[in-house]
Ligand binder design. Structure first.
Ligand code: GAP
Length: 586
């Protein structure tokens, strides 16, 4: 991928999804039965792309210990892998807080049966300018309305979005969504944004303010439903969505996101178990096992990749919010005094890592959380941040790709109490000095820094970043994958299906397949015209195509075509493997 990442704002998610389906990256799960909401299958190209991303993470993080970057203690980073069960003893989820607290507040639209997250409903007011009123005066009037709300606006009045035409309205609406730093993918945008357009399309000037109700307020006032639904300012506000009123929405209810199942044949309430909502807990409950059975010592990390399951209220935006998805998680254990340094280390290194895979430029940002966004296990002041990507459906805003959190000793402490297990770590390198000058040692519960990434979201970001349209090419759509993640690494073609060219091409194909097959597919294709074969490979994101032609048979050279430039050059067939190896970085 080039350094100038194409703006995702100009990419169409529908076009990306259609290419994904057509070329076998992603299919709707159980499609022949009409699909199932929130579940997706990967086709041949998608499965390899996903494996390449998982492998890159595994290799760089675990096997190469952050690619050899020294930790803040000046030593190599130590990480070991585990692979733990999806179903754990249900007490694990009681201790972790998921049984009691892994809830989303949910409201149902009684008429349409649509379901929304109550805390993600956006309030929005639109007002027409009054006669002689300037924009500033109109905004001031709006801010007054907002300030009369029964809660304090958390982010100040400068979040107002003001628009005088349709285009501006949408831009301002989305920008405000982004500025209030919420996950806009959960906004019932059909309910709010469409009405916004409808009003402005009539050609009437209007001002708008949108805001999100703070979670703390929702918790304190569980039956309060945000405007426009309860319309506190009926006179001034244009009705954004007349279909909805508070009586049309149910009161918010807590909805636990964990998938329940039953173990054994009796299936009583005593047999309830849960599909894990995060892979992290499998690591925490094995902390002592790893310390006891390996030579690792604090500071060190335990890493795993694997499926997690969440019964999301509103799965949406392709694979972005699915009910079954894969995570790549590291729990890094360190002394509490060192947690801040390790947090900064991980936050910065994880950002570098995603950039190294081609997610560059203005499409990728690192965002520190505000203190009111912290999860129950995260420590105030010590830091929690998200690496966010500008997906076409969030643009100009961003969606979370990976979170880096200081989880303190929350989880180990919880498991220590609930399991009555001794999880304190004995650190012989710390503590007061004894008479012999050696440290006496210290018992403590390590703090944890957790970089937790979504594999499916990573794949989606890579797909969106790679998707490129260039109308000047024979096949205008192509995928500019970084060679490391490209599912097909190279293709070999005979120019025509005769004169000994197929045999020579198969020879080269076989050599490359044996040398590079562990990294991805090496394709052989002799069907259709050479132009069509190049176009097919461009859509699959294959970085290099090697073609055997008439000259190859006499002088032993081949042409290599570069996907991104379309340029071709001749090289000795004997040098192809070395050339490809260098390009793939092996
Ligand atoms: N152990 C911490 C944890 O699970 P999280 O922010 O809930 O934190 C971590 O999840 C990552 O998992 C997210 O950054 C995201 O990439 C991915 N993820 C979470 N929910 C997801 C969903 N419903 N669909 C796809 N990916 C999801």
């Amino acid at each position: 991928m080039t350094d100038e990442a194409p703006a995702t704002t100009t990419k169409s998610m529908d076009d990306i999804m259609s290419l994904c389906k057509r070329r076998g990256f992603v299919y709707p799960a159980s499609e022949i039965y009409g699909g199932i909401n929130g579940f997706w299958d990967y086709g041949p190209l998608g499965a390899q792309l996903k494996k390449n991303l998982r492998d890159a993470w595994w290799t760089d993080v675990v096997m190469r210990g952050c690619n050899g970057k020294l930790g803040p203690d000046g030593k190599p980073v130590e990480i070991v892998p585990v692979d733990t069960c999806i179903i754990q003893n249900p007490k694990v989820w009681e201790a972790s807080g998921h049984v009691a607290g892994f809830n989303d507040p949910m409201v149902d639209d009684k008429e349409t049966k649509q379901r929304f997250r109550a805390d993600h409903l956006f309030g929005m007011y639109l007002v027409r300018p009054e006669e002689g009123e300037s924009v500033d005066q109109g905004v001031a009037r709006l801010i007054k309305i907002i300030n009369e709300q029964p809660f304090e606006l958390p982010y100040g009045p400068n979040l107002s979005c003001v628009a005088s035409n349709e285009e501006e309205a949408f831009g301002a609406f989305r920008a405000a969504m982004h500025r209030i730093k919420q996950d806009i993918t959960r906004v019932p945008d059909a309910a709010v944004a469409t009405s916004f357009t409808a009003e402005t399309r009539k050609g009437e000037e209007c001002f708008g303010v949108c805001y999100q109700v703070p979670m703390s307020f929702m918790k304190a006032h569980p039956t309060w439903i945000p405007s426009p639904f309860n319309k506190p300012d009926k006179a001034a506000a244009l009705e954004l969505d007349n279909r909805k009123s508070d009586s049309q929405l149910t009161e918010p209810r807590a909805f636990n996101l964990m998938f329940k199942t039953y173990i054994g044949a009796t299936a009583t309430e005593d047999d309830v178990a849960y599909l894990r909502p995060e892979t992290a807990q499998g690591i925490f409950v094995n902390f002592k096992n790893v310390v006891d059975t390996t030579r690792v010592g604090v500071p060190f990390g335990i890493a795993q990749t694997g499926k997690s399951f969440r019964n999301e209220v509103t799965p949406r935006n392709f694979t972005f919010r699915s009910r079954e998805f894969e995570q790549m998680e590291i729990e890094f254990f360190c002394h509490p005094d060192d947690a801040k340094d390790w947090y900064v280390f991980w936050r910065d290194w994880r950002m570098e890592w995603w950039q190294g895979l081609g997610l560059k430029g203005e499409n990728l940002i690192l965002r520190e959380h505000d203190s009111d966004e912290l999860a129950h296990y995260a420590k105030e002041g010590a830091g929690t941040s998200d690496i966010e990507y500008r997906f076409p459906f969030t643009a100009p805003g961003f969606g979370e790709l990976e979170g880096i959190a200081h989880r303190t000793d929350f989880d180990l402490k919880q498991h220590e109490e609930h399991a009555r297990a001794k999880l304190k770590y004995f650190d012989s390198t710390r503590g007061e000095l004894a008479k012999n000058g050696q440290p006496k040692g210290e018992h403590y519960l390590p703090h944890v820094i957790e970089p937790s990434g979504g594999l499916d979201r990573g794949v989606l970001a890579i797909l969106c970043e790679a998707y490129t349209v260039d109308e000047s090419r024979p096949s205008p759509e192509f995928m500019k994958f970084h060679p490391r993640v490209a599912p097909i690494k190279a293709a070999v073609f005979p120019l025509v299906k005769k004169d000994g060219m197929p045999e020579k091409a198969q020879e080269l194909h076989s050599e490359l397949r044996q040398k590079f097959g562990h990294l991805g597919a090496i394709e052989y294709d002799e069907k259709q015209s050479i132009g069509k074969r190049y176009a097919r490979m461009d859509e699959a994101g294959t970085p290099y195509c090697f073609t055997i032609d008439g000259d190859s048979l006499t002088d032993g050279t081949v042409t290599v075509r570069d996907r991104d430039t379309g340029e071709q050059q001749r090289m000795p067939m004997a040098g192809v493997a070395a050339f490809l190896g260098e390009k793939l970085g092996v």
